[in-house]
Design a protein around this ligand. Structure first.
Ligand SMILES: [Fe+2]
Length: 125
């Protein structure tokens, strides 16, 4: 847990320095944020397992969104790292990113509908 927290702190420092133009890296700032989010999610899961001996249903639900976003970003990173002559692969990566974006939008819509139904049920009851 200490190594993980130190890693998160290190990545936060790198991101801050990149944002302030004090550090140059060939990594996209989004990639640094992405790695930070993955490390924080991993830490959150570990904490839950340590303190509750399992991962809650709510956390699992949040993970679906989390991983859809992570996979969308992977596709975007792949697209950005391809040689400009690899047009077909760029298109494939773009298509993956688009599909994950749609999954995220669908989930947001389903969540909103779920809360609307809950509110309507409360109003009726
Ligand atoms: Fe990743």
């Amino acid at each position: 847990m200490k190594l993980l927290s130190d890693f998160i702190h290190f990545k936060e420092q790198i991101l801050r320095q990149v944002d302030e133009c004090r550090l140059f890296t060939a990594n996209y700032p989004l990639l640094i944020e992405h790695i930070l989010r993955e490390a924080k999610m991993y830490r959150a899961i570990l904490m839950e397992i340590i303190y509750h001996k399992s991962v809650s249903r709510k956390k699992l639900g949040n993970m679906e969104d989390f991983w859809n976003r992570i996979m969308m970003e992977h596709a975007l990173f792949i697209r950005g790292l391809l040689d400009p002559t690899q047009e077909q692969l760029i298109e494939t990566a773009d298509q993956y990113a688009k599909e994950y974006k749609e999954l995220l939008a669908d989930h947001v819509l389903r969540e909103a509908n779920h809360y609307i139904r809950l509110l309507e049920t409360e109003e009726e009851g």
